[in-house]
Ligand binder design. Structure first.
Ligand code: SF4
Ligand code: SF4
Length: 379
């Protein structure tokens, strides 16, 4: 019975693993709750050889249902993208797939036919791509796919075409592991990793950021891919503030975004009790600038403390930024993300630096062309 239930979950979620070990820090990101306790109790019982509920490794199929909270759902689920890419990769060994549904639909990128077939049409695809291999082989396949599956164009087309939005803002997900305890500028210098080191990437166990933080190089690849698509099809129609800010700043105009501006400090955070902080990324005791019950918000916004916060964005940049070719476009991005050291060991470099640099390098020739076209540059 246990096996049947688990198998049902497998078909639903398409995620398998051969074994599950209970470690001391299981579910570290879950709040303490009855659900968490029940899950841990269940897994403990089915993996304990002395328990009556023990399930041998060979009979185990463990499934994680995350209620979609970890899935990107648009334009398609990541799991479906994986499945489709695997079918395409395996197709040379299966010439019959060219004329057999649902494989034909996958090979032709025909999502409408695939959707029309419903869940049942996914089963042969799942069997062809997820069965008959060990957990280690499956993990290896997924890791290889994850490292190569980049879809900036698909994401952008979804936003611009399917959602029909004409204003797009990309906010990189960067979450320092210590954000609950300390403001970025107050982190102990010795704990900051150097640019390009393994700890300055999200997938290292001792990384400075949480695992769901975007990889800096992936961020640059994503922005560059979206820029190419946007420039080719939607320039002037869809407003991507990061892109338009880069063009504006290259023309000597102000940034639209605080993160790319020379100084910041106009995004104060007011809490429910009237407490005011320098920015909603800086709700820490050291960045409290007052309370609107005592002081007018305008006076707080133009206070010395807030002015210092804003100018620190420029004045605390490391030498690598001050000498960077793209300083006037980037300005070290948001100080919240300055949690690593430069290659020379100086503190205060932005975690996203390598991606930002690659992006600005990528768009440079296009920006020059645009500035010429707009009359900001002669010839
Ligand atoms: S700290 Fe970052 S988000 Fe806050 S105002 Fe400055 S640049 Fe903007
Ligand atoms: S690209 Fe990197 S080095 Fe250049 S200004 Fe931005 S964060 Fe600094």
């Amino acid at each position: 019975m246990m096996k049947k239930i688990l198998l049902g979950c497998l078909l639903w979620c398409g995620v398998t693993t051969g074994s599950m070990a209970i470690a001391s820090d299981v579910l570290p990101y879950w709040h303490e709750s009855p659900s968490k306790a029940q899950i841990i109790d269940f897994v403990t019982r089915v993996t304990d050889p002395t328990s009556a509920a023990f399930v041998p490794v060979s009979d185990r199929i463990a499934v994680f249902d995350n209620d979609g909270t970890l899935w990107s759902e648009q334009p398609i689920y990541g799991q479906l993208a994986f499945l489709m890419d695997r079918i395409k990769a395996q197709a040379p060994d299966h010439p019959e797939w060219q004329t057999t549904q649902p494989f034909k639909a996958v090979l032709e990128g025909d999502l409408a036919t695939l959707k029309h077939g419903g869940t049942e049409s996914l089963l042969p695809l799942l069997a062809a791509t997820h069965a008959g291999m060990t957990s280690d082989a499956f993990r290896e396949t997924v890791s290889t796919w994850l490292a190569s599956a980049k879809h900036p164009k698909a994401v952008y087309r979804f936003l611009a075409d399917e959602l029909g939005t004409t204003r797009v803002q990309f906010n990189p997900a960067v979450e320092p592991k210590f954000f609950k305890e300390s403001a970025p500028a107050k982190i102990e210098q010795s704990t900051k990793p150097m640019q390009d080191s393994p700890r300055a990437k999200p997938d290292h166990p001792l990384s400075v950021v949480t695992p769901w933080t975007v990889d800096p190089d992936d961020y640059g690849t994503f922005l560059s891919g979206v820029w190419d698509e946007w420039l080719a099809t939607d320039f002037g129609r869809v407003h991507v503030n990061l892109f338009e800010t880069a063009i504006a700043q290259a023309a000597g105009l102000p940034a639209q975004t605080c993160t790319q501006a020379e100084i910041c400090g106009k995004g104060l955070a007011v809490e429910h009790d009237g407490e005011v902080f320098s920015c909603d990324n800086y709700v820490y005791p050291q960045y409290r600038i007052g309370n609107i019950k005592d002081t007018h918000l305008g006076d707080l916004a133009f206070s010395k403390a807030q002015e210092s916060f804003g100018t620190a964005k420029r004045d605390t940049l490391p030498k690598q930024c001050r000498q960077c070719d793209y300083l006037r476009l980037c300005w070290g991005e948001c100080p919240k993300n300055r949690i690593i050291k430069t290659r020379a060991g100086e503190s205060g470099l932005n975690y996203l630096c390598s991606g930002l640099y690659a992006f600005y390098q990528h768009i440079g020739p296009d920006v020059v062309r645009i500035l010429r076209h707009l009359g900001y540059l002669k010839t």
